[in-house]
Design a protein around this ligand. Structure first.
Ligand SMILES: Cc1cc2nc3c(=O)[nH]c(=O)nc-3n(C[C@H](O)[C@H](O)[C@H](O)COP(=O)(O)OP(=O)(O)OC[C@H]3O[C@@H](n4cnc5c(N)ncnc54)[C@H](O)[C@@H]3O)c2cc1C
Ligand SMILES: NC(=O)c1ccc[n+]([C@@H]2O[C@H](COP(=O)([O-])OP(=O)(O)OC[C@H]3O[C@@H](n4cnc5c(N)ncnc54)[C@H](O)[C@@H]3O)[C@@H](O)[C@H]2O)c1
Length: 462
């Protein structure tokens, strides 16, 4: 049996940089990938969707915003084939760059195949060439990520449903796309395909879209989606899918007070993601997982087995590329430099790439109320932001939750064209313990969106 210092299972956003760092430190490392190097982010997540969001925004600018800006664009035509080809090219470029970086790393062996634990210390590889063999290592790092959840709904296997992965392979824009789930994936794809010309219906189980955000955030986003012609149905549970004729699907759902149906041509399941641990052989180890299959780790990402760690989406919690990346830094510091850093209390920024974006950091207003912390809420609508007025991007608002006693920023939500970037300015303030009144009177270049952080905190003036 071949022995390594470390085996990394999954070439995702944590696995790749970790394998490289461990190998560069002198360890012999095997990196096992069952599908594509780059994992979800590069192949089926961030990279392709943000490339498509850019094309959808161009359609919006040409079809809608141009008129307000006084530029007549009499007609425009979406070339979906080119849109998808551009997306594929970018994905190919990113994936090839990652492979090149791995291949150039000494002490690192990249193996294409599926890994399965045989015991706490031994992993069997079912390689893409058909060979099956076993490897062992001092350290085993699990970075197997998640895949789309296929919700158990009557008739689901009778229809050709789409997931966030398969929708990226469509060769034409659906006539009517019905989306189950009003979270990140539902909203990013919903707006994108609406802008590509599809009729879009979003059905969300909770009483609002984005149920984890404040009510005013959900309200504004719902208004924006409706304004763009998207049908938003909340507090409703899809109960049945039926094939109808050659190319239609009838969807039945229960609302708070009745049962309704919609006819559509395509269904996208966007109701969450499940950990890829089902075939990982965890039953042959002492590694523990929760009921949904997420691997249980301590604050140092250590599983129940010493020297077996889990990083990224597979351990549950916030599922973002930058969190997976941060996980790898924590483990690399631990294994290479003996420095134990904890994931407890780390800041988790995120951005939903709808248009306008939602940039988020720290606690929400509802969380501040629930925690009982004495707080103030600063708020300014984008229609009062100079830059937004000048660019015609006045949808959304800026909001920050501030500690009433210390003046420190506890959280922020920015709904705006550059919402993610503006949120990051406040994230930096939080990292540097800068108070809201310092920002209130700081000099920012005029007329940036960030300049309006002066005005945001002016709303707290007594
Ligand atoms: C549509 C979509 C859009 C997204 N957009 C964003 C965004 O804009 N910003 C953001 O921060 N996040 C976004 N995310 C989330 C982000 O993609 C994930 O949080 C991130 O990719 C997780 O990285 P990871 O390294 O934990 O796992 P992954 O990237 O999923 O990597 C896991 C890897 O392990 C491999 N693997 C699994 N099991 C085995 C096995 N047994 N043997 C060998 N290999 C195995 C898989 O094939 C995969 O390559 C998006 C996700 C989706 C689906
Ligand atoms: N911009 C980004 O950072 C980005 C973009 C896309 C995805 N992601 C990541 O991918 C993860 C998965 O995204 P997602 O949108 O699939 O999950 P999600 O958890 O964000 O949203 C799923 C939504 O579906 C609803 N739902 C669940 N079951 C339902 C049902 N049967 N009928 C109707 N509604 C139902 C939930 O109430 C929830 O609002 C996210 O948690 C996020 O971490 C991030």
């Amino acid at each position: 049996m071949k022995e390594f210092d470390a085996i990394v299972i999954g070439a995702g956003q944590a696995g790749i940089p970790l394998a490289k760092k461990l190998a560069k430190s002198g360890m012999s490392v095997a990196l096992i990938e069952k599908r594509f190097v780059g994992g979800t982010c590069i192949n089926d997540g961030c990279t392709p969707t943000k490339a498509l969001v850019a094309s959808a925004r161009m359609a919006y600018l040409a079809g809608t915003l141009s008129e307000e800006l006084g530029v007549d664009i009499p007609s425009y035509k979406l070339n979906f084939e080119r849109v998808m080809a551009r997306k594929n090219k970018i994905v190919g470029q990113f994936r090839a760059g990652s492979i090149k970086g791995l291949e150039a790393t000494e002490n690192l062996t990249l193996i294409y195949g599926e890994a399965k634990f045989v015991s706490d210390k031994v992993v069997a590889i079912n390689s893409s060439t058909g060979d099956v063999y076993e490897l062992t290592a001092k350290y085993i790092l699990i970075n197997t990520g998640c895949s789309p959840t296929v919700t158990k709904i009557e008739g689901i296997h009778e229809i050709k449903y789409l997931t966030s992965t398969s929708i990226l392979e469509l060769d034409e824009v659906p006539e009517h796309l019905l989306i189950v789930g009003g979270g990140y994936i539902g909203l990013e794809f919903g707006q994108m395909f609406g802008r590509f010309g599809a009729k879009v219906t979003i059905i969300e189980h909770s009483d609002r879209l984005l149920p984890h955000e404040d009510e005013d955030v959900c309200g504004v986003m719902t208004d924006i989606f409706k304004e763009e012609g998207i049908e938003v149905i909340t507090q409703s549970k899809v109960t049945k899918f039926e094939k109808y004729g050659a190319d239609r699907i009838r969807v039945t759902f229960t609302t708070s007070d009745d049962v309704q149906t919609r006819m559509c041509t395509h269904v996208l399941l966007a109701s969450g993601r499940s950990p890829q641990t089902g075939n990982l052989g965890l039953e042959n180890t002492a590694v523990t997982a929760d009921d949904a299959g997420f691997i249980k780790v301590d604050d140092y990402l250590q599983t129940a087995v010493p020297n077996v760690f889990a990083l990224g989406d597979v351990k549950g919690g916030p599922a973002f590329t930058h969190i997976s990346y941060n996980d790898h830094l924590i483990i690399a510091d631990h294994l290479i430099h003996g420095k134990k850093e904890s994931i407890k209390g780390r800041l988790v920024p995120y951005c939903m790439f709808t248009d306008p974006q939602i940039g988020r950091i720290g606690i929400t207003e509802e969380q501040a109320i629930a925690s009982g912390v004495a707080h103030l809420v600063a708020h300014i609508p984008m229609r009062n932001v100079a830059r937004a007025i000048e660019t015609g991007e006045t949808r959304g608002f800026m909001k920050a939750v501030v500690d009433k006693n210390t003046g420190l920023i506890l959280g922020a939500t920015i709904i705006g064209e550059q919402g993610g970037e503006i949120m990051t300015v406040l994230q930096m303030a939080m990292m540097g313990n800068i108070t809201y009144s310092q920002i209130r009177f700081a000099i920012f270049a005029h007329p940036l969106y960030a300049e309006s952080l002066n005005n945001l905190f002016m709303s707290l003036d007594a």
